[in-house]
Design a protein around this ligand. Structure first.
Ligand SMILES: [Zn+2]
Ligand SMILES: [Zn+2]
Length: 338
């Protein structure tokens, strides 16, 4: 636990199954109660760690009157249901995240069916379908699904003590991702939208919207106008150099696009063929797709698709179906006169 700025405490919580070591939750001191931003997975270790850190601050948890979740991935949202019950706190999150709770965490059969069809359509061979379709199921036990008491739409201000946080919708990493911006203090709580060294995962899937990477690049570009001295991210360490980090992430995606175009050449390829053909250097130390765990395999495929669809939206690629399988290629301008 560290007081990162007067009145805001960073409380890192351990993650059980992840490439990342911890998630940062932030506790903001108010006049009548505290505000907690993000919650960690619902595990005994994470809860014990939270209790211990609250104790170091001198509170027992019941003082937490509000919880804001930046997005409903298990590491940020998993414990929200438990804490809301336990402390009688009011839970806030964005309406686009609320829309997927039922299908993602409660009645999953339909979504699993849809994911399977969708993986197949993107070139995943039958013998690999099950492992990719079910890749996220082990995460479910770390989530207590719950609905928000107050649904956010973006543009709200949440006041807590000396802080007035503007709620900024920042779609891309998740459709209903939000950041909390404190303009007077020039602080941004960035969730998973902007991290100091990791490039946040942006993947295309049945619940991501049609162009998540386009949404993501638009939403990081929109943040450039903000005056930010300190970024409090959902993972890794708080950092300065906000504008440079936005430039760095934008460049990363440009390079990734170029890498995909180079792998495509003048051929037609499925998203699966492209994903398995490219070594994803920055993510996994160049081990190649087949050596990844199922979760990472699926993330790599969803990221490739997000890049392909972002390039397609700009007219840099086109997509066609052959026997119900989707292929991408460079635009065939000469053939339009046929
Ligand atoms: Zn996330
Ligand atoms: Zn996260």
């Amino acid at each position: 636990m560290i007081e990162v700025t007067p009145g805001i405490y960073r409380m890192p919580l351990p993650l059980p199954v992840s490439n990342l070591s911890h998630i940062n939750t932030y506790l903001v001191k108010g006049n009548n109660g505290y505000l907690l931003v993000d919650t960690g997975w619902n595990t005994e270790e994470a809860f014990a760690s939270l209790k211990k850190q609250l104790g170091e601050i001198g509170i027992n948890g019941r003082e937490i009157s509000r919880i804001v979740v930046t997005h409903t991935h298990p590491d940020h949202y998993g414990m929200a249901g438990k804490l809301k019950e336990l402390y009688g706190a009011t839970l806030y999150f964005h309406h686009l995240e609320k829309d997927v709770i039922e299908s993602r965490y409660i009645a999953m059969d339909e979504l699993l069916q849809e994911i399977s069809q969708w993986l197949k359509g993107n070139g995943v061979p039958p013998d690999r379908l099950a492992e990719l379709q079910q890749a996220s199921l082990p995460m479910l036990k770390f989530v207590t699904p719950t609905m928000p008491d107050t649904t956010l739409y973006g543009g709200e201000t949440i006041t807590c003590g000396d802080f007035n946080f503007n709620i900024l919708p920042t779609p891309g990493h998740a459709p209903g991702h939000i950041c909390l911006y404190e303009p007077a203090k020039k602080i941004l709580l960035s969730g998973d939208h902007i991290l100091p060294t990791i490039t946040p995962h942006v993947g295309m899937h049945p619940q991501s919207g049609s162009n998540p990477l386009g949404d993501y690049l638009d939403s990081i570009s929109n943040l450039k106008r903000l005056d930010v001295d300190l970024v409090l991210p959902g993972h890794e360490q708080p950092f300065t150099g906000f504008q440079e980090r936005i430039e760095g992430i934008t460049l990363h995606h440009r390079l990734r696009n170029a890498e995909i175009i180079a792998a495509l050449g003048y051929d037609s390829r499925t998203a699966f063929q492209l994903t398995t053909g490219i070594t994803w250097l920055h993510d996994v130390n160049g081990v190649g797709w087949y050596k990844l765990g199922n979760w990472d395999k699926r993330m790599a495929l969803l990221e490739t698709l997000a890049h392909l669809e972002a390039m397609r939206a700009k007219g840099e690629l086109e997509k066609f179906a052959r026997e119900d399988i989707l292929y991408y290629r460079l635009p065939q301008k000469a053939k339009t006169s046929e």
